[in-house]
Ligand binder design. Structure first.
Ligand code: ZN
Length: 319
């Protein structure tokens, strides 16, 4: 639904990636957490196809967009059956890659089928200084796991509980004394006001040319966006301030002397189920999550093959 009245004159604004002009796409409100009924205007760069909320919300507005139970900080998820199964699968997969004996047969079989489940984390022991950084680490899920597999792991998040290995601070403000062999940033870049500053800082924190940063984002060049358009879950209005594709991000990385060396198209069955439950108000879909998840596996794998998945993980190195 378009909200014509809210369109602002943004002709003076240029795309921070390519300098292109922004064209109005549509207006949308928060249909996931229903934080407010306000419509936000989304614009697309006429050249590189970056999608951006304009006018830019202020920092105080952005903070108000996040519910207390925002999923990355929701430890309750781990107590659910799905959370338990997911954790077992991740641990089994990590054990297999790190050649750690599985605790039981259940883990052994999980690892056989799901050994490629882990994306956005190193699947090998440290080769250089062994430092791992998770930007937007939430409650430290990956920090704890990588620490137990031989990495010197630390995380940073703008909110949450600090701990021995987790700093609560603005990544752009925080000064690191060390560089990192592996940097993970999953589901963060689309949320931040200045993505280019994040990429520049990541470039400065990579230890050497073999060091890796893996960044996961929802990509606009996906089947989901083509089909659902303004209702696409990947926009997550208003929390996603920008929506990228691989080509425009590639331009941004090259500006800061990095390049994308690999792209992983991730299975996104969970996103599909959530999308259906929202688009057609099919709440029962969420209740039958496991059933629908397995039903979607063939579609998910097809989208992965076609490189049209919602979520992608980019492997980036310094040039
Ligand atoms: Zn552009």
């Amino acid at each position: 639904m378009n909200n014509i009245k809210s369109k602002k004159n943004i002709n003076h604004l240029k795309c921070f990636i390519c300098g292109g002009a922004f064209c109005y796409l549509f207006s949308q409100k928060d249909f996931i957490y229903f934080i407010s009924k306000k419509y936000f205007d989304l614009y697309e760069c006429d050249s590189c196809k970056l999608v951006k909320i304009l006018p830019e919300p202020t920092l105080d507005e952005i903070k108000s967009f996040y519910p207390k139970n925002y999923y990355v900080h929701n430890v309750d998820y781990e107590k659910s059956f799905i959370g338990w199964l997911y954790n077992c699968s991740i641990d089994a997969s990590l054990n297999k890659h790190y050649k750690v004996p599985q605790p039981n047969l259940f883990y052994f079989f999980l690892a056989q089928f799901l050994k490629n489940l882990v994306v956005g984390a190193p699947l090998y022991p440290p080769k250089a200084n062994g430092r791992f950084l998770d930007i937007g680490c939430g409650y430290g899920y990956w920090v704890e796991r990588l620490q137990s597999h031989g990495w010197i792991a630390q995380g940073i998040d703008i909110m949450g509980k600090p701990s021995e290995r987790i700093v609560i601070a603005d990544f752009l403000e925080y000064e690191y004394e060390e560089k990192f062999e592996f940097i993970r940033m999953s589901g963060v870049l689309e949320h931040v006001i200045a993505p280019e500053k994040f990429i520049e800082k990541i470039g400065s924190l990579l230890l050497n040319n073999d060091s890796i940063c893996q960044i996961s984002i929802p990509q606009t060049d996906s089947f989901g966006y083509k089909y659902f358009k303004e209702d696409w879950i990947g926009f997550e209005v208003p929390r996603h301030l920008h929506s990228f594709n691989i080509d425009n991000l590639s331009v941004l990385f090259e500006r800061y002397n990095m390049r994308i060396v690999d792209v992983s198209y991730n299975t996104s069955g969970g996103a599909f189920i959530h999308q259906l439950s929202l688009k057609w108000k099919m709440r029962f879909v969420v209740k039958l999550w496991v059933f629908f998840y397995f039903l979607f596996i063939p579609i998910d794998l097809l989208l992965k093959k076609m490189k049209k998945s919602v979520d992608v993980t980019l492997t980036v190195k310094k040039i």
